[in-house]
Design a protein around this ligand. Structure first.
Ligand SMILES: Nc1ncnc2c1ncn2[C@@H]1O[C@H](COP(=O)(O)OP(=O)(O)O)[C@@H](O)[C@H]1O
Ligand SMILES: Nc1ccn([C@H]2C[C@H](O)[C@@H](COP(=O)(O)OP(=O)(O)O)O2)c(=O)n1
Length: 231
């Protein structure tokens, strides 16, 4: 029987693409939405971070586009798509926590702005979406526009600069100065914006502004869009 909630049925194909700037809530909101939708979850930013971690560990010059592209093409990346199990490996080494360190956050835009590395990661991301049986919530900066423009649901998750800085500061346990947070959140977005637009919604993409919403309200808003947009 078809019910208003039939989209939540396990196994039905449903790709939900979510983009937005740093600290808007993409990862945490997408992970919880995936749980509630019984879908896989893909954090594409973790893949850019993993390539960055590898380059820092191996002394690959992040200013050398060919070397960064070569790294992206050749490293073995293992990413969990289970919403309840966060895991990232590079060449079998567990880097789940290491890729979140500020030194990676500060360097990751060099990988994100290397077009050859992007095309390789986009290829891998499309494969992961296919491997999920097209039942996945995938989030990043270019999922609604480049990686999965044909997704059933496409959302731009935004929040004011003040909210994003406050959330990232709280998330990092108050360890970062205001200047460090500005560099990690706003400075990084400025650099990343040179290769991909995640500030304005493309045609057909629904904007959810979480500035005045708490976490639960944001989940509700996202799932309401899923119910409304997907058929
Ligand atoms: N609507 C919200 N209200 C308050 N805090 C939120 C909200 N959405 C996310 N957060 C918190 O903000 C922090 C940053 O969220 P995160 O999902 O890492 O953002 P992004 O992936 O966009 O960088 C996390 O600690 C998260 O729990
Ligand atoms: N689809 C994507 C995902 C992330 N990126 C880039 C942009 C970011 O600087 C880095 C890290 O992304 P991540 O989502 O982990 O960053 P935040 O948690 O939002 O701060 O990767 C991208 O260019 N395209």
């Amino acid at each position: 029987m078809s019910t208003p909630h039939s989209l939540f049925r396990i196994g039905k194909s449903l790709v939900v693409a979510i983009d937005g700037p740093s600290g808007s809530g993409k990862s945490s909101v997408s992970r919880e939405a995936a749980r509630q939708l019984h879908a896989a979850y893909l954090d594409t930013g973790a893949m850019y971070r993993a390539v960055t971690w590898h380059c820092l560990a191996e002394g690959v010059d992040l200013g050398d586009g060919a070397a960064v592209e070569h790294a992206a093409r050749t490293i073995e990346l293992g990413i969990s798509t289970k919403p309840d199990h966060e895991s990232m490996t590079v060449g079998g080494k567990d880097v789940t926590d290491a890729i979140r360190e500020p030194r990676v956050s500060e360097a990751v835009s060099a990988v994100a702005t290397t077009l050859g590395a992007r095309s390789e990661l986009i290829r891998r991301q499309r494969q992961i979406i296919a491997d999920s049986g097209h039942r996945i919530v995938a989030e990043g900066r270019d999922i609604t526009t480049v990686v999965a423009p044909d997704a059933e649901v496409r959302i731009l998750l935004t929040a004011s600069e003040a909210a994003r800085l406050r959330r990232r500061g709280d998330q990092l346990g108050g360890t970062q100065t205001e200047a460090q947070l500005q560099a990690q959140v706003l400075g990084r977005d400025t650099k990343d914006s040179t290769v991909v637009n995640f500030h304005q919604a493309a045609d057909g993409v629904v904007t959810v502004d979480s500035s005045e919403l708490d976490f639960e309200q944001t989940i509700t808003a996202v799932l309401d869009v899923v119910r409304t947009v997907a058929h």
